[in-house]
Design a protein around this ligand. Sequence first.
Ligand code: HEC
Length: 212
Amino acid sequence: MTTRAFRLLLPGVLVLPVIAANVGGWAAITVEDLPDQVVARQPVTLAFTVRQHGVKPLDGLKGKVAATAGSLEASAAATAGRETGQYTATLTLPQAGQWTITIHSGFGNSRVTLLPVTAIDSGAAPPPPLAESERGRRLFVAKGCVSCHVHRDVGETSVAVGPDLTLRRYPPEFLKPFLASPTGQMPNLHLKPLEIAALAAFLNAGGAGAGQ
Ligand code: HEC
């Protein structure tokens, strides 16, 4: 694998279901094109969308992206992207290692800490490819699922407005179309087929359910 810069993805027209839960000012952050790894000392652009209550894209925020690895730090201001509620931040991680990236949306205290990402030296051998379920676990955080759903394999949930997914298993023929075009109060996060496949592998991992 080579350097994978974050690409800019332009979400399509949003379907806006109403999240009825009265839980105050919170927002779900959805990262576009989460990379499996990044290259140290090379700029990476992270694009993300901020949705109030997971639904309404929010413009005009002054967010930032901060990364830490031990005592090392890097950060970058987020600037408005092309779509409503979309932002980008370009970050350069100063050294190879395991980096923990937190996106501060700029909307109140809402933020998300991504699962650690590996930065490699340019020209270094890439780490082994991620298992699909591990990529799905990272996406569960990076796509904002964690804002609304508890899952014990990923840390904290901000507001559990959706069901706890830890023990649920789904037949892929239900799950994949559902994630591509959710019904009820679950928002459409404009996931791509490979992201859906990884999320389905994660949600069905290790269970007695239909598998992936
Ligand atoms: C803004 C909150 C919110 C976000 C963000 C969100 N969900 Fe949901 N999700 C819900 C709600 C609410 C439901 C219940 C839908 C209903 O029946 O009305 C739901 C339902 C589901 C279900 C079906 C549960 C069942 O057993 O019926 C799955 C699976 C699911 N979500 C997965 C995900 C994944 C994966 C993501 C991230 C890509 C995600 N959700 C992001 C709120 C959210």
